[in-house]
Design a protein around this ligand. Sequence first.
Ligand SMILES: [Mg+2]
Length: 229
Amino acid sequence: MVQKLILFDVDKTLVKEMERSSNPWSQAYKSVYGIDCKTTLSQANSHGMTHKQIALETLKSNGLKEDEILEKMDLFIKTLEKIYKKSLENGKITLFPKIPELLQKLSKKKYLLGLITGNTKEIAFTKLKMAGIDKFFSIGGFGDDSANREELIKLALERAKGKCHFQFDEKKVFVIGDTPKDIIPAKKFHLQTIGVATGIYSKSQLKESGADFVIDNLEDIEEVLSIIG
Ligand SMILES: [Mg+2]
């Protein structure tokens, strides 16, 4: 029986970097809303945001009204996914060191592994498939489920329950991510959180946001296992 649920963020937690042939965002904005987005979100703002949220904020800052943005949001997400996948066709996804080994070890322990990510499900799995680690993940909360990360956690917990037919004890659910946007919503559900300083946030910033544990990276598998148990 599955004893624990481990939920991973994708970008800057599992995936270190990606090479794409073009910027799918600007093409998707142009294709669906007909505008060249002159203002884009700063890195600090976009890290940890869901894809829906990024689109909403970017389009608003380029002068569009929320109503007209939301009206075409489903079409935008579908268009973005299509262009994003195309941009990755000749691209490359690089994982942080030891990620496949860590996932292998956690799966062997019969833990259920899932995702909590701002990426849409399609984009998240495209990246993980390219990196050869999609097989480890069966459930998740994704950027096309909602713009709100708390909602993503709620959905991931429901989906895990549907898969395993029992309610996870909060102490047995771990959320692992590189930004306060991963940590803060997870704490609202009293889940265990591990902040990983492989993104733009330091260990002390992650600790301040409420992370129960903070580590430099996921390379030291024994260290991670000692936290998760
Ligand atoms: Mg991240």
